[in-house]
Design a protein around this ligand. Sequence first.
Ligand SMILES: CC(C)(COP(=O)(O)OP(=O)(O)OC[C@H]1O[C@@H](n2cnc3c(N)ncnc32)[C@H](O)[C@@H]1OP(=O)(O)O)[C@@H](O)C(=O)NCCC(=O)NCCS
Length: 159
Amino acid sequence: MATPYQIVSLREITAETVDAVIKLSVAESQKRFVASNAVSLAQALFVPEAWYRAIYFGEELSGFVMLYDESLRSPAPSAPEVGVWRLMVAEQHQGKGIGRAAMQLVIEHVRRKRYFRTLELSYVPAEGSPEPFYLSLGFRNTDRVKDGERVMVLQLGEA
Ligand SMILES: CC(C)(COP(=O)(O)OP(=O)(O)OC[C@H]1O[C@@H](n2cnc3c(N)ncnc32)[C@H](O)[C@@H]1OP(=O)(O)O)[C@@H](O)C(=O)NCCC(=O)NCCS
């Protein structure tokens, strides 16, 4: 049987798919952990560092991910940094391994660029937070707090 890793893909968002991406939603209780996709896409319009993809499970649209990637600046800084800005899997698709597989694809994407030694992210430290999910992917808590969010970092090895 195919594993989620084999059937999860990250695809560019198009004029045909953007409405469906905007309609994807997490559970009510999770809304404090992530902005809506409409807000994320609006923010992405104004920053060259935004890299965003729709997450598919087979042919089914299931989620959204966005990086803040300083190597996309022109010119790129000499030591660019990269972080996971947004990640969501729609409520009805959670718990199937899609988030984990999508993050593995994101990590691969970042590694392949060969600019970065670490991948960062931050989360709202509250009941039901994605902290255990990120710990299981190898991210570790730091003592840094950014805008009230706890910062985690994944070591990527030699860039
Ligand atoms: C976090 C999120 C993306 C995970 O996606 P998912 O597809 O449900 O995750 P997976 O099915 O791949 O789960 C992988 C593992 O993490 C665990 N996990 C997933 N979400 C978790 C959570 N919120 N708390 C604790 N564990 C969690 C799963 O139980 C699973 O563990 P296992 O491998 O031991 O079975 C999804 O729950 C989500 O969209 N949450 C709301 C938005 C959010 O918090 N985004 C992150 C903002 S920083």
